[in-house]
Design a protein. Structure first.
Length: 463
């Protein structure tokens, strides 16, 4: 093991250059340290995704227990998304102002508290209010996951490691459905209704992950933008020493980089020049992807009950279909750094459209599960590709804000979606719901193909 590694900071006038610090991080070989932060951050994504798809489970269960109509079911699903819309706008902007690490602590802490209180909700009104507050806490979770990992991971493995993080996270989707099916079947556990235990599990798990995240360092790229260059230098030097120790080799030399100093970027910059085109493209994308992606996950149990299956059977079929989420995420890992992100997004979106159409028309149990599984596999190749892509198309100074504001539009769409989709489902059937979804996914493909920049294998600063 070599002990001769130098962090090789570049100083001009005694101050590390932001581009140099980024180059130092980008040239590091993957190590246990990189895998460790990917795991800790990725497990946090579990709870965001668990909560998102829990809405559909609760909607199906409480429709029977609390005798909810379509409006009541829609609000059970929509309330969490409405909170996420507000949280994504507020917390993502605050992450550019106060730091990624600090907002990581705020968001999971708020989610854990209000999710636990949700478990004791005495009626629908209290449940909706507390799910809104829990969603507010989670609003920027996936934005922060993407931003934080992109700013630490070497560019050669950035896509692959973020895909690993989401593979951990997407285990939350089948877990929510399987737990839901089991607890609904048992009705009560220790004298408490089964659906309430689903909320307790999410709250306690999030609190544990928050403790693990308390040891995470702040992003050196963000520190540089805020003028805290000495602190950024110390963090990068510590990472270099740790990586050298873990890999047992000398680190590669730092490549020469163009001196383009990182700076604070006004929020209005996202509406000027080339960034305006990227912002418009991503806003359109986030509205459209919500229907194809979250529409299936949040509505599948309700769609299946409308097809005539019992609540317990619907949750079981949904859980089997949802197994495609972690598997699709795992499938994306060898693809995501080999295929241009735009191409992968478009191909997987078309796969989602085709499987969704087949699911909507399916009546046999095997076909429902098979096409649902195929849709979820395509969904997470799609999801991982776009989560990596969005971190790459905006600069560090407004990365979290630009991603978060666009992401909030997907949450606002998710608020409206249950009301529209459940009405169409009642009046026209599942086939019409998924035919409309397929058309919107085709429009999404055109949006990305015409307006999206290339990004695969390039440094964040160069993009």
């Amino acid at each position: 093991m070599s002990d001769t590694v130098s962090p090789t900071p570049d100083r001009r006038g005694g101050t590390p250059i932001g581009a140099r610090a980024a180059a130092r991080l980008d040239r590091l070989p993957p190590s246990r340290w990189h895998r460790r932060i990917t795991l800790v951050v990725g497990i946090g994504a579990f709870f965001d995704l668990y909560e998102i798809f829990l809405g559909g489970v609760l909607g199906a269960v409480l429709a029977e227990q609390w005798h909810l109509g379509h409006t009541g079911k829609s609000w059970v699903i929509a309330s969490g998304f409405l909170g996420m819309f507000v949280g994504a706008n507020v917390l993502s902007v605050l992450a550019d102002r106060f730091g990624r690490r600090r907002m990581f602590m705020v968001n999971l802490g708020a989610y854990s508290l209000f999710s636990l209180l949700c478990a004791f909700a005495p009626n629908l009104e209290w449940l909706l209010a507390l799910r809104f507050l829990a969603g507010l806490g989670l609003g920027a979770e996936l934005v922060l996951v993407d931003t934080y990992l992109a700013e630490f991971l070497p560019r050669a493995v950035r896509g692959r490691y973020i895909a690993y993080a989401y593979t951990f996270g997407f285990l939350g989707v089948p877990v929510a459905a399987l737990l839901g099916a089991r607890l609904v079947a048992e009705q009560q556990l220790l004298g408490i209704e089964g659906w309430r235990w689903l909320l307790v599990a999410g709250a306690l798990g999030a609190a544990f992950i928050q403790l693990m995240r308390s040891q995470l360092p702040e992003s050196p790229r963000w520190l540089t933008v805020r003028g805290r260059t000495a602190e950024a230098d110390r963090i990068v030097s510590g990472i270099e020493e740790r990586v050298a120790r873990e890999t047992g080799t000398s680190l590669p030399s730092v490549p020469e980089v163009e001196n383009v100093p990182e700076r604070k970027v006004p929020l209005g910059e996202m509406f000027r020049g080339d960034f305006r085109r990227r912002t418009v493209m991503w806003w359109i994308f986030q509205v459209l992807q919500t229907v194809g992606y979250y529409g299936f996950g949040s509505l599948a149990p309700v769609v299946l009950t409308e097809k005539g299956h019992t609540v317990t059977a619907s949750l079981l079929y949904a859980a089997l279909s949802f197994c495609g989420y972690p598997l699709g995420s795992a499938l994306s890992i060898p693809l995501i750094d080999r295929i241009e992100r735009r191409t992968l997004i478009i191909a997987s979106a078309l796969g989602m459209a085709g499987c969704g159409l087949a699911f909507g028309f399916a009546s046999a149990t095997w076909a429902i599960v098979a096409f649902g599984f195929g849709l979820t596999v395509c969904s997470n190749v799609f999801s991982n590709a776009f989560h990596v892509y969005q971190t790459e198309i905006f600069p560090t100074g407004l990365r979290s804000s630009a991603i978060g504001i666009a992401y909030s539009l997907s949450r606002l769409t998710s608020v409206v979606l249950p009301f529209v989709a459940l009405s169409v489902l009642t009046d026209l059937g599942a086939a019409a719901v998924f035919a409309g979804s397929a058309m919107l996914m085709v429009l999404l493909c055109l949006d990305v193909a015409l307006l999206g920049p290339r990004s695969t294998g390039r440094s964040l600063e160069r993009i």
